[in-house]
Design a protein around this ligand. Structure first.
Ligand code: 4AD
Ligand code: MG
Length: 499
């Protein structure tokens, strides 16, 4: 066992000699004392080094941000410090003196931070997001493990498309084409016929030429598939599943949510029952004059808010011209930058909004919902919205035709509130061989590479279905992020895969 302790364990070692290892988040000297803000991944704490401990004091000379150190000292309670504990250092061993660190505390643009993603992960915000991501994955798996599901690992090299040929990544498989998995679903269906309740969890790939805040080319999806489940069963399952994930994050990651300044009350609301509507009802809802009035009122309110922000900008600029102290100039400068960012964001939103409202008014039955419609719909509810029975033309070939209305399929999309939109997509599957073959022909699909999949409809076909939850979209929603790029350690976006 190592003889150093984790910062998160410090409260158990009060008034005792301790040895810590970590990185210097910040260091400053004030006369005969140096203050080291130490982080080790489990937490942060302040270490004080007095000049009286001459060797320790001298060892830190020239050590800047992110230098790695070992500190021995005595811990004591310090309610005002991070973690509530402070360490008075007696010995300091420098493990590595870092070069001038590129990410300073001052604000950097997102392009710069993305180029330094490998270092950006060390910042408190990014670490908090990664802890929430971990919790979401853990809770999702726990839910299935506790409910009798068996984990099935589905292949990543696949012979054909499942979610449309247009978004396939093709790779050379010893001279033959193969494709990176868009989903594990088709294989998972075969396993559901063997084991009843199954799930898969893995990376999935979409060559979508989309540069939106919701799209990655490589993302992680967790997918359950259950024999004898019909659409209504899937609705109930998705509701239970999402509620438990959110509750797990609230129970274990409050500090992270607070650090991210997430509105926790909005998450506390996420409990069954969720509102439900069919696609057709959702279209009527988009056409409802009551909704348009509400959206117009919101638009007016936001115009007012922009006025306020602009006023604050001009006031801050005036103040900036009057102050001289360096720290004040820096603070006001940062405030100004933040205000201008807010104003810019709001201006863009206001510029697009009238067109979105027009689109909602003129939305035609039969089209797929885009990000804008999803945003409007999901904004009207405090809980995730389950939308079912979309037009078959806009959905995947495997979805079960709706016997009550053959223009639609027995599918569900779950739209996260606060404008986040689709986080779950799923359906009951077509279990009739001929209907499925007809549908594939309609789509121009060659049935040959799918014979194994069609076999499920030849040997004891039963109703069944499932869905997929996109991990990154869920992280984005639960953490309240503006863009999906921060939800995964190394995002893969169209036109971006470094580092
Ligand atoms: O709706 P999708 O395409 O559904 C399927 O892949 C089904 N085969 C799942 C199933 O029924 N077993 O994708 C499911 C979810 C979406 O709701 C979204 O959360 C996420 O995967 N997703 C993406 N996340 C990030 N970037 C992308 N490009 C995504 N495409 C889908
Ligand atoms: Mg979908």
């Amino acid at each position: 066992m190592p003889d150093f302790i984790a910062i998160s364990d410090l409260p158990r070692f009060l008034d005792q000699p301790v040895k810590l290892r970590g990185w210097i988040r910040a260091i400053r000297s004030s006369g005969k004392i140096r203050f080291v803000e130490l982080r080790d991944g489990t937490g942060d704490c302040q270490c004080t080094v007095e000049a009286a401990y001459a060797e320790a004091f001298a060892a830190l000379e020239g050590c800047g941000q992110e230098s790695s150190v070992e500190i021995c000292g005595v811990s004591r309670a310090e309610p005002r410090g991070p973690g509530g504990v402070e360490v008075s250092a007696r010995e300091v061993r420098v493990l590595h003196q870092a070069e001038a660190y590129p990410i300073a505390r001052k604000e950097h643009g997102v392009d710069f931070l993305m180029q330094h993603r490998h270092l950006w992960l060390r910042s408190p915000r990014q670490a908090a997001i990664l802890r929430v991501r971990h919790r979401i994955i853990q809770a999702a798996r726990q839910f299935f493990d506790d409910n009798g599901f068996t984990l099935i690992d589905t292949p990543i090299f696949q012979p054909g498309a499942a979610e449309g040929a247009g978004t396939l990544f093709e790779v050379d498989y010893f001279g033959d084409p193969a494709f990176l998995a868009q989903t594990g679903q088709l294989y998972l269906e075969t396993a559901a016929m063997a084991l009843g309740k199954v799930y898969c969890f893995g990376p999935t790939f979409r060559a979508e030429k989309s540069k939106t805040r919701r799209h990655l080319t490589e993302f992680w999806m967790i997918e359950p598939e259950i024999a004898f489940y019909e659409l209504e069963d899937l609705e109930a399952l998705s509701e239970e599943f999402l509620s438990q994930i959110v509750q797990a994050v609230l129970t274990h990651n409050r500090a992270d949510l607070e650090l991210l300044e997430r509105n926790v009350a909005a998450l506390e609301n996420i409990r069954a029952p969720f509102p439900r509507m069919t696609y057709s009802e959702a279209v009527d809802f988009l056409h409802d004059p009551g909704l348009h009035e509400k959206l117009e009122a919101e638009l007016e309110a936001e115009r007012g808010r922009l006025g306020e922000i602009r006023k604050a900008i001009s006031e801050t600029e005036t103040q900036l011209g009057q102050v001289t102290k360096a720290w004040k100039v820096e603070k006001l400068g940062n405030d100004l930058k933040a205000l201008k960012e807010q104003a810019g964001e709001l201006e863009r939103w206001l510029a697009n909004r009238p067109a979105h409202i027009e689109d909602a008014k003129n939305f035609q039955w039969g089209k797929d919902f885009g990000g804008d419609e999803e945003t409007i719909l999901s904004n009207q509810f405090e809980r995730p919205l389950i939308v079912t029975e979309y037009p078959r033309e806009v959905k995947a070939f495997y979805m079960k035709q709706n016997p009550a209305d053959p223009r639609t399929v027995r599918n569900l999309d779950v739209l996260a509130p606060e404008g986040y939109g689709e986080i779950i997509g799923g359906s009951q599957r077509e279990d009739d061989l001929q209907t499925l073959l007809d549908r594939m022909a309609e789509e121009g699909m060659d049935p040959e590479p799918y014979q194994w999949y069609l076999d499920l409809r030849r040997y004891g076909s039963v109703p069944h279905g499932g869905f997929g939850l996109g991990i990154e979209r869920t992280v984005s929603w639960i953490c309240g992020l503006k863009h999906i790029r921060e939800t995964i350690p190394f995002p893969r976006l169209m036109g971006k895969m470094m580092p």
